[in-house]
Write a protein of this length. Structure first.
Length: 135
């Protein structure tokens, strides 16, 4: 079951028929994300496997998963915002049960992202799973 924040994104994507509108919405989601302190752009939290520079820093509070994320590419910041909506506030023990590919497929991204972006998105999902598992 997806979070209410992710459900809001999915509903918006259902409303947007045109891929260009969806693409713009992903970018807007990235722009709306709180900025990450550039001092946190360190190798220890960098996600390998992404064509862009991507950083994900976990923040676990009261047994719930959250993270800060950033990228040097606007579309990737938007993808990070979508993942944040999918995972933020989920109990740590339930993060691994989220079927991220199925949830993301609801947005219709798979046919519109380049192979590199798709691989990067998978790498981010894997990293989030590892971070939560190592809580």
């Amino acid at each position: 079951m997806a979070t209410p924040a992710f459900e809001d994104i999915a509903e918006t994507f259902d409303f947007l028929d045109d891929w260009e509108d969806r693409y713009r919405h992903v970018i807007e989601l990235g722009k709306a994300m709180p900025p990450m302190d550039p001092a946190l752009h360190v190798p220890a939290i960098k996600v390998e496997g992404c064509a862009s520079q991507v950083w994900i820093m976990p923040m676990i509070q009261n047994g719930k998963f959250d993270f800060q994320g950033d990228s040097d590419a606007l579309i990737v910041r938007g993808l990070i915002a979508i993942l944040h909506a999918l995972y933020s506030g989920v109990p740590l023990a339930e993060v691994g049960a989220i079927d991220a590919p199925a949830e993301l497929n609801r947005l219709g991204l798979e046919g519109h992202l380049s192979a590199q972006r798709s691989n990067g998105l998978r790498a981010m999902v894997e990293r989030i799973g590892l971070l939560a598992a190592n809580g």
